[in-house]
Ligand binder design. Structure first.
Ligand code: M6R
Length: 365
């Protein structure tokens, strides 16, 4: 059942190219995003005053990525909130509010309750769900499925990446309805998106360096992920993945916040995973690497192939991923972070598919 892999997590990581392909290809026709199951009119979208994205855990991290990319595409306020916070904060939802809920299982209690609260206040709900016919899918006004297939490992991988690409598609679709995206940009993103499965596949064929870095660093007891913009959003997921299955304390920080407190935690030998895959801010990422190196940090950097050489000059260890459009970069860049967490947990002898105290779907508050 694990298809020859030692763990479901490894199998599911490797299934990502196919899962992403299945999620995007039926929705791209003649160079356009086609979302037949979505019933939002251009007038409704134009009349929106705000958009919320609500979820828990890794699905929430997808929301954090999407806030950055959707606001850029839509020029409308997009607020991302944890479902457990949203449901009790007297949220500002009315008829002009679209509430996107993201859930792999479609059964997460807080997400379900948040969705009901949004509907009660007159908001329209669109669920991004992996499990067909699940409770959230049945109750939402609209539902779009990620076609990741069954995900067994508690730590999500292929559900996360398919949520990311589906949110990118929905963002493009809404931007097209609003007329807020130029044709060349729209086309460039869509054509890069279609290359993602192939690029992911290519990357997954050679992951020996990640295995090696995991064996070099698995004994650290605290690890920091730093990045800006989409790299920061993705760092949240990299950090969660690591702590969830390897039980190493880890935190993700926006690099610009280092000087506001976090940098006091950096001492000689502290491992910092520096994320520098978001091309528009690569120079800023580099200067943060220099800054933590100056405090004695050991830096494991992640960047894209075109920037590898520059990064290698300063970082102690560098992993590079293929480059894609900056908006889509997290769906490729997260893969080495998933693998790093996996190999570190393997070195530490953890129960990878069933980490302690955690359940695949959280149906209690
Ligand atoms: O099924 P959901 O997407 O609603 O689940 C949300 C979280 O419980 C989930 O993403 C959790 O954080 C994962 N175990 C992380 O790997």
């Amino acid at each position: 059942e694990k298809g020859g892999y030692a763990h479901f997590m490894a199998k599911e990581i490797m299934e990502q190219p196919e899962a992403v392909r299945k999620t995007i290809s039926p929705r791209i026709r003649d160079g356009r995003v086609v979302l037949d199951d979505l019933h939002l009119t251009a007038d409704y979208v134009r009349g929106l005053s705000r958009i919320f994205i609500i979820a828990c855990g890794s699905s929430y991290h997808v929301g954090v990525v999407s806030k950055y990319s959707w606001e850029k595409l839509l020029r409308r306020p997009v607020e991302v909130m944890l479902a457990s916070e949203f449901r009790y904060c007297d949220p500002l939802v009315d008829e002009k509010t679209l509430v996107i809920v993201i859930s792999q299982s479609g059964e997460t209690l807080d997400t379900m309750a948040a969705m009901r609260e949004a509907r009660r206040r007159g908001g329209r709900t669109l669920a991004i769900v992996n499990v067909v016919g699940s409770s959230i899918a049945r109750e939402a006004d609209d539902v779009l499925y990620t076609w990741a297939g069954p995900e067994i490992a508690v730590a999500t991988t292929k559900a996360y990446t398919t949520q990311l690409v589906l949110m990118d598609l929905v963002g493009l679709y809404l931007a097209d309805l609003l007329g807020t995206v130029e044709k060349p940009a729209y086309e460039a993103i869509l054509s890069e998106m279609q290359l993602l499965p192939e690029k992911m596949q290519g990357f997954l064929a050679h992951t020996e360096d990640i295995q090696y870095f995991a064996s070099r660093y698995f004994n650290h007891d605290s690890i920091f992920f730093i990045g800006r913009n989409l790299d920061y959003a993705m760092g949240l997921e990299g950090s969660l993945k690591l702590k969830e299955i390897s039980y190493i304390h880890s935190e993700a920080y926006a690099s610009g916040e280092l000087k506001h407190g976090t940098i006091s935690l950096i001492e000689p030998g502290t491992l910092v995973v520096a994320l520098g895959t978001y091309a528009p801010l690569f120079d800023k990422a580099m200067s943060n690497v220099v800054e933590v190196k100056a405090r004695g940090a050991e830096v494991l950097a992640l960047t894209t192939e075109p920037f590898r050489e520059r990064m290698e000059k300063t970082a102690d260890a560098t992993i590079s991923v293929p480059e894609t459009h900056p908006m889509l970069q997290p769906s490729l860049s997260v893969v080495p972070l998933q693998l790093f967490a996996y190999y570190v947990a393997l070195q530490r002898g953890c129960d990878i598919d069933k980490p302690r105290n955690l359940a695949k779907s959280v149906t209690v508050e």
